[in-house]
Design a protein around this ligand. Structure first.
Ligand code: SP5
Ligand code: ZN
Length: 352
């Protein structure tokens, strides 16, 4: 399978995330992607290349602005230099938000204060912004968009955008859940722009794809489907329930399939078949798979029980949709197994 990988992903290296009143080492590390890359190379998956277009011509910024708010993009681009300008010592520390507007407070006024804007444009304290976060996220978005264009042109049936930071928790104007730019949404929009009338996004990461759902909430041309840990107990908690079906013109074009902690592959696969049925009924012309492998039984922050060999079947099942497909790389924190599990999905897909 054509894989477009992000050569700048190392520039995003958070050190700590807030968890139960302490700063704990980040789960979303650079080694995750390096393990996937090594496994692709070990198993001879080809072609494998960085994006050809470095985005210097402005086309990338135009594509980012189709999904993200201009105020948000401007903030993320300049946040690190603002952070260091507050105190030169900040160059040694990641920036984390610590104050957010509650309902009833103002979101329409952009504060001057940096901490206030960090809160306005985020939803958790688990997503450190570092010196290279913007450059890494931007180059990662370029991977997703280029993968979609290669699929749209008919050059390939499927492509994998191997990038980090991940994307599916990022909304039009907020970061969180280790995500800054929504790669799956950018790929879906690029597929639409490339001629697909209806695009489905299938999110199989352990966590609900709240950013992607919110971005396409009122649209009927993009069906969003997510299989995830029940938000009653699982992150991101405040979205991802089964009764969220889309709003306005988008009513009926979102499907959430929450499952309890402890769900095994048989039960998870039944949800996958429901998701694929919905995608078939919708009449999708193209598919984006937000591929997180934090559904793995050994994942340190998640609660499903998929085994490494199950991911081959996941790939085969997804191939059964017979759609031009873009995979984006999302979560998966069992570092030693993240490569095998991810490449198993791609191999199962390609072999079908
Ligand atoms: C892309 C993606 O998978 N994002 C997930 C973000 C989850 N963030 C909150 C996780 C908190 C779990 N912390 C557990 C620490 C145990 N040592
Ligand atoms: Zn996840």
């Amino acid at each position: 399978m054509l894989t477009i990988h992000n050569p700048q992903h190392h520039l995003h290296q958070g050190s700590h995330e807030m968890f139960r009143g302490r700063l704990v080492p980040c789960h979303e590390t650079a080694q995750r992607l390096d393990h996937v890359l090594a496994e692709l190379q070990r198993r001879g998956v080809a072609p494998l290349r960085p994006p050809a277009d470095d985005g210097g011509g402005g086309a990338l910024d135009t594509a980012l602005a189709q999904i993200h708010d201009p105020r948000y993009l401007h903030f993320i681009e300049h946040a690190w230099s603002e952070w260091v300008a507050l105190d030169p010592g900040n160059a040694e520390r990641d920036a984390l938000p610590s104050v957010w507007p509650a309902p009833g407070m103002r979101r329409d006024v952009l504060p001057d204060n940096f901490a206030a804007r960090m809160g306005l444009f985020s939803f958790d304290a688990g997503t450190p912004l570092t010196a290279g976060s913007w450059l890494a996220a931007r180059a990662g978005a370029a991977c997703a968009i280029e993968a979609a264009r290669e699929v749209s042109s008919g050059a390939v049936r499927a492509a994998f955008a191997l990038s980090r930071p991940p994307g599916h928790h990022a909304g039009a104007d907020f970061f969180g859940g280790y995500c800054f730019l929504n790669n799956a949404a950018l790929a879906a929009q690029a597929l639409r722009d490339g001629g697909a009338k209806r695009v489905a996004v299938l999110d199989v990461d352990y966590h609900h794809g709240n950013g992607t759902q919110a971005i396409f909430d009122a649209r009927s041309d993009v069906l969003t489907v997510s299989i995830h840990g029940d938000p009653m107990t699982e992150y991101p908690f405040f979205l991802g329930h089964a009764d969220e079906r889309g709003t306005g013109a988008g009513a009926g074009f979102n499907l959430n399939l929450p499952l309890p902690r402890g769900t095994d592959f048989a039960r998870w696969r039944a949800a996958l078949h429901r998701a694929l049925d919905a995608i078939r009924t919708f009449g999708a012309d193209a598919l984006v798979v937000a591929l997180g492998v934090d559904t793995f039984e050994g994942d340190p922050i998640s609660g499903f029980l998929l085994r490494s060999s199950d991911y081959l079947q996941v790939g085969r099942d997804i191939a059964g949709a017979k759609l031009p497909t873009v995979f984006t790389f999302e979560g998966g924190y069992a570092v030693a197994e993240v490569g095998v599990n991810t490449v198993n999905v791609l191999e199962g897909f390609s072999a079908s």
